[in-house]
Design a protein around this ligand. Structure first.
Ligand SMILES: Cc1cc2nc3c(=O)[nH]c(=O)nc-3n(C[C@H](O)[C@H](O)[C@H](O)COP(=O)(O)OP(=O)(O)OC[C@H]3O[C@@H](n4cnc5c(N)ncnc54)[C@H](O)[C@@H]3O)c2cc1C
Ligand SMILES: NC(=O)c1ccc[n+]([C@@H]2O[C@H](COP(=O)([O-])OP(=O)(O)OC[C@H]3O[C@@H](n4cnc5c(N)ncnc54)[C@H](OP(=O)(O)O)[C@@H]3O)[C@@H](O)[C@H]2O)c1
Ligand SMILES: Cc1cc2nc3c(=O)[nH]c(=O)nc-3n(C[C@H](O)[C@H](O)[C@H](O)COP(=O)(O)O)c2cc1C
Length: 579
């Protein structure tokens, strides 16, 4: 067998490319010694199951599948909830790629299978060889907990951990590549392989990504809330002209921000530098000032930095707080405090520019639910963003990315963006089916996109929007568009919940309950139920209301309502985009 040349545009990094070249060279002798068939149907299948909320794990699963196929393996890529427990326990080769959501919770499309496998009655899995890749963010207390839970449970059930779990922080590209290029060869060992190296996934890979974002210009930055509102929510449009990029309603757009120059200057002053100190960043020299503006997270304090400030401050009380088992106390202390607040609180600490930078995390992109339909607006992409501004500890604080877009970007700025597909958050393929969209606040974003999409497709299915915010007079964003959609018949039903227009708060879930009978009839008619916006409170309360409605209007017990909702989840008729 001839060692194939790995094409230049194949989806591998240099390490993988070198390794793959070696693999194919080695495969010749391996096949001579070991393999009596190269029939595709006989090749080993590895099951690559992902749990995702915003698409990262799914995209990594597809990368792993591409590498597996290039090793002659068959790859079965599925979301965890597309698999029944009976099927899972028969799998011999299993890779789990899963993110963590909420506070250490499973992402939505992994919950059902997790409930099944974590039950005492779950069968053993002694014939399974597996490895887990966990995605997470170290700024959360329960880092990568969903991955940890899966890893522990599979091991408890007797499955053989072929390769140790890797827990990835927000910069997951390198550890992910390392995991794939280690675990796939282990899964391939001794396998009957197919000779067909598929690169179909390579062709589907997005042209622009985190490491290679698209540089665009802003076309529109418009205030949606009124000048007198207690909130600031803005509408943005970015150009896609010449990019060849396309997107679907339901996808997210990631924006790579730059830090506010005023905050950079204040931090430089607080660490008693002048900003001109040259620093090596990714083998390039740049000034401290430039590095802080473009490369590092300088707002949200990370654990290492907090610990180092505590060490250097010598402050006993602060050190006690950090070491305390009671995480709530530390969270309470940190709420509303940014890195500058900590530096100002302990002005005596001595830290060099290089030491300070070494303690910072890389500046991350922020995700935004796209508020336009790519079919109606192929040349641009729209966002609906609440500007984060608050006063605490005697200073005005600004969210990095939301105010980068609001205050710093102008028509001459190059803004770096890339898309994250969210394949489960989609309007139904069947245009005749009804949809219910619950999206208070900026949660309305993807539903503006859904309505545009349904309008463009001339979908005959009914559309019901439940929207709300603080006050009708100042916060009824997109009011003109929404009313026009009611007039032209695209929006069949609209329920509004303005929470602060009366003494008692009224929320979207109150509107759901008021109209429970009709909502249940939409669900019975095959309706999909979508939720977008705040994950911490709203989405949980809406979930509770949904169960109550099904129980009451479907004459069901609480357990039957849970079953009903689970079935909706399996059919992808209950999907959420919550943050
Ligand atoms: C999939 C997804 C979709 C999203 N879609 C949207 C969307 O459509 N629209 C939208 O507006 N956002 C959306 N977000 C949120 C968005 O990604 C950012 O988190 C948000 O814009 C804030 O980012 P920032 O950089 O401006 O603020 P950051 O610099 O990240 O600061 C935010 C932090 O500031 C602190 N903070 C905020 N408010 C206060 C306060 N009042 N008091 C004290 N501390 C406070 C908190 O620690 C908070 O975590 C989405 C998130 C995800 C994951
Ligand atoms: N990471 C960030 O910094 C960041 C930035 C932007 C948004 N977000 C998240 O995204 C969410 C959306 O923000 P937003 O400004 O668009 O709107 P929001 O703050 O969620 O407010 C929208 C409406 O929802 C109401 N609401 C509050 N609690 C609710 C509950 N339990 N159930 C139902 N409705 C509830 C609010 O009422 P009241 O306010 O009157 O109670 C308001 O009327 C935020 O809550 C936040 O979690 C985070
Ligand atoms: C609302 C929200 C909650 C999160 N909660 C956690 C958490 O508790 N622990 C953690 O390690 N990561 C947490 N994360 C980080 C995600 O796991 C991380 O961003 C991951 O890359 C997402 O991958 P996905 O796109 O496959 O869902 C959270 C992210 C968001 C937006």
């Amino acid at each position: 067998m001839k060692t194939p040349n790995i094409p230049e545009n194949a989806p591998f990094n240099d390490i993988q490319r070198a390794w793959l070249g070696g693999f194919f060279a080695g495969m010749h002798s391996h096949m001579l010694q070991n393999t009596d068939s190269v029939n595709n149907a006989d090749a080993r299948t590895i099951n690559i199951l992902y749990g995702t909320q915003t698409g990262n794990s799914e995209s990594i699963a597809n990368d792993a599948a591409a590498v597996a196929k290039s090793h002659g393996l068959l790859a079965n890529v599925k979301s965890l909830d597309d698999i029944e427990l009976d099927m899972l326990v028969t799998m011999e080769y299993l890779l789990i790629i899963i993110s963590t959501y909420g506070e250490g919770e499973m992402p939505d499309n992994a919950q059902l299978l997790w409930d099944a496998i974590s039950a005492d009655s779950s069968p053993k899995m002694e014939q399974t060889k597996y490895s887990v890749l966990a995605l997470g963010d170290t700024s959360y207390d329960l880092f990568c907990q969903a991955g940890v839970d899966w890893d522990n449970r599979l091991s408890e059930l007797g499955a053989d951990r072929l390769y140790d779990r890797i827990d990835c922080d927000v910069d997951f590209d390198d550890p992910t590549e390392a995991w794939i290029s280690s675990v796939i060869p282990m899964m391939a060992e001794g396998a009957t392989v197919s000779v067909v190296a598929s690169d179909s996934e390579a062709n589907n890979k997005p042209k622009y990504n985190r490491k290679n974002p698209f540089s665009t210009k802003i076309l529109s930055n418009r205030l949606l809330t009124s000048e007198t509102s207690s909130k600031e929510t803005r509408h943005y449009e970015f150009s896609l002209e010449g990019s060849g990029l396309t997107y679907e309603a339901g996808d997210a757009l990631n924006v790579i921000p730059q830090n506010c120059p005023d905050l950079v200057a204040d931090i430089i002053k607080a660490i008693r530098c002048n900003g001109d100190e040259e620093q090596p960043i990714h083998s390039e020299l740049m000034t401290l000032s430039e590095a802080l503006r473009t490369h590092f997270e300088i707002k949200l304090p990370n654990k290492d930095l907090i610990q180092e400030i505590a060490n250097r401050s010598g402050n006993q009380e602060f050190n006690k707080l950090i070491k305390s088992e009671d995480r709530n106390e530390l969270s309470k202390y940190l709420w509303g405090r940014d890195i500058l607040d900590l530096l100002l609180q302990f002005p005596a600490i001595d830290i060099s520019a290089a030491e300070f930078i070494a303690l910072l995390k890389p500046l991350q992109h922020r995700a935004y639910s796209i508020s336009s339909s790519g079919k109606m607006h192929p040349e641009s992409v729209h966002l609906t963003v609440a500007s984060v501004r608050y006063r605490s500890h005697d200073r005005d604080h600004k969210g990095v990315c939301s105010t980068y877009m609001a205050d710093l970007v102008n028509e001459n700025t190059d803004v770096k963006i890339f898309f994250s597909p969210n394949t489960s958050f989609r309007v139904p393929e069947d245009d005749t089916l009804p949809i219910i969209m619950v999206g208070p606040g900026t949660g309305i974003a993807p539903f503006r996109a859904f309505l545009q999409e349904r309008q463009y497709r001339k979908a005959s299915g009914k559309n019901w929007l439940l929207f709300g915010d603080r006050n009708k007079a100042t916060d009824f964003i997109y009011q003109d568009e929404i009313e026009a959609m009611q007039t032209n018949g695209v929006l069949t039903r609209l329920d509004l919940a303005f929470s602060r227009d009366q003494e008692e708060k009224i929320y979207v879930q109150d509107k759901m309950r008021e109209n429970g009978a009709e909502m249940f009839s939409w669900l019975e008619n095959g309706g999909s139920f979508y939720v977008c916006g705040d994950a911490n409170y709203m989405a949980k309360d809406v979930d509770k209301a949904l169960h109550e409605i099904i129980e009451k209007h479907g004459n069901k017990t609480a357990d039957q309502a849970v079953e009903y909702v689970n079935q909706m989840k399996k059919e992808k008729r209950y999907v959420r985009d919550v943050y």
